[in-house]
Ligand binder design. Structure first.
Ligand code: A3P
Length: 318
């Protein structure tokens, strides 16, 4: 009921005020909730989802730390699972952004619980919460989890660009330099960080239950997407038949969901997400860096030092 809801909100408000906090700018901060830095925009949604979501055995849960290939995986999983329902030439992906087709539980469940509860099976749903924060029912039922991660520097740079696209006033006001983002992330402070806790939580769960959790890397998808599409279909219980393979269905799915193809669709060039931002902000460069992580970090530090000595302090980009 309404009363119950507002009481819950008050309780959540009280809980939040007791948590450690890191402010990015006025009106935007991260709270350390159960060991995870959750942005103020998502706290209510995360806590509600954690408390009230009921998973089904048939659910497919895509999990990631933001900017690790979520959009790509949403497109691939949706297409693989629904391939007998929609011909590829009539795929909903041609007219809808992947984020409209696969809800983000952390944000959408609190707003549209009944819609999500009533979706027909198999539901494809997404979350950014670490494994330790997943609702009990996801962990204990037979739902399947697909996890994607990415080189942390590429993820962080992508995240920084994304925040600036979401909050353009911060760019002009220079309140949120990459330098600060980098330093905060090294302390674990970024959306759903610390980074390694996130990755290792799912990695360990994958070692314990390989049939429940598929652990993917953005870089591996970039290396050989067809191989990963095949792996995904097998994991999700809908492997490609010999006939499908010989007709090139795997390659067609990879092409449909490719960065260049999705980025250039009208819906992703000029469409808007129901929440209000432009769909185009999900498609930036779509590249993997060729350097190993340590080389990337050295490059970032060198760049930071160079920028510190220049007058245009906050305008460098990786
Ligand atoms: P960059 O900012 O490095 O370009 P997420 O989907 O988790 O939000 O991650 C976004 C990152 O994935 C962005 O990285 C974006 O460009 C990239 N991306 C989006 N769609 C993609 C696709 N179909 N193939 C490859 N990369 C994609």
């Amino acid at each position: 009921s309404r009363v119950e809801e507002s009481m819950n909100n008050e309780n959540i408000q009280e809980l939040l005020s007791s948590l450690p906090r890191e402010k990015l700018w006025d009106g935007f901060c991260f709270y350390l909730y159960q060991g995870c830095w959750v942005s103020s925009a998502f706290c209510h949604g995360v806590i509600y989802f954690q408390k009230h979501f009921q998973a089904r055995d048939t659910d497919i849960i895509l999990a990631s730390i933001p900017k690790s290939g979520t959009t790509w995986l949403k497109a691939l999983i949706f297409t693989i699972v629904n391939r007998s329902r929609y011909a590829l030439a009539e795929s909903p992906l041609l007219t809808s952004n992947p984020h409209e087709l696969v809800p983000l539980l952390d944000r959408d469940f609190i707003k549209n619980q009944s819609t999500i509860d009533n979706l027909s099976s198999s539901r494809i749903l997404c979350t950014h919460v670490p494994y330790a924060l997943l609702p009990h029912s996801i962990v204990t039922c037979n739902s399947r989890i697909v996890y994607t991660c990415r080189n942390p520097l590429d993820q962080l740079v992508s995240y920084w660009h994304f925040l600036l696209a979401l909050y353009p006033e911060q760019t002009t006001m220079k309140l949120f330099p990459l330098e600060k983002t980098f330093e905060m992330a090294c302390q674990g402070v970024q959306g759903y960080g610390p980074f390694w806790e996130h990755v290792l939580g799912y990695w360990k769960a994958n070692l314990e239950q390989p049939g429940k959790i598929l652990f993917l890397k953005y870089e591996d998808l970039k290396e050989d997407v067809n191989f990963q599409v095949k792996r995904l279909a097998e994991f999700l219980g809908c492997p490609f038949s010999v006939d499908e393979e010989s007709r090139g269905v795997i390659e067609e799915i990879s092409k449909l969901c490719s960065f260049d193809h999705l980025k250039n669709l009208e819906v992703n060039k000029s469409g808007k997400h129901p929440v209000g931002h432009a769909n185009s902000i999900y498609f930036r460069k779509g590249k993997k860096s060729n350097n190993r992580i340590v080389v990337c970090c050295k490059a970032a530090i060198a760049e930071k030092e160079a920028a510190d000595t220049s007058s245009e302090k906050n305008e460098y980009q990786l």
